[in-house]
Design a protein around this ligand. Sequence first.
Ligand SMILES: [Zn+2]
Length: 101
Amino acid sequence: MEYIRVWTEVDLKDVEDHIVIVDDKYGHCPACKKIGIELINLKKCPSCGREFKYVTSKEAQGAKHDIVIRTRKKLPNLTFVDYNDYDHELGKKKAGSLFNV
Ligand SMILES: [Zn+2]
């Protein structure tokens, strides 16, 4: 199977509320900051119960996508989001809310 990045419209809030950040072995829940979450059959955070629909990894940058393949095998039900896109959009949102207070 080959892997390419596909652009799609997303509800950023939905991504933000249902994402897990992973490295090669474990996940990190951005909601409750729990680290070391086992990835196999992961559907929700064992600590705060957040439902996971999206996954991203700091190690997935540009053409380096080995981690994507490995993560997709472990978590086939989650949508893999490009880390730079996630970080960038979240950063924009945070900057925006700064001006709205
Ligand atoms: Zn959590």
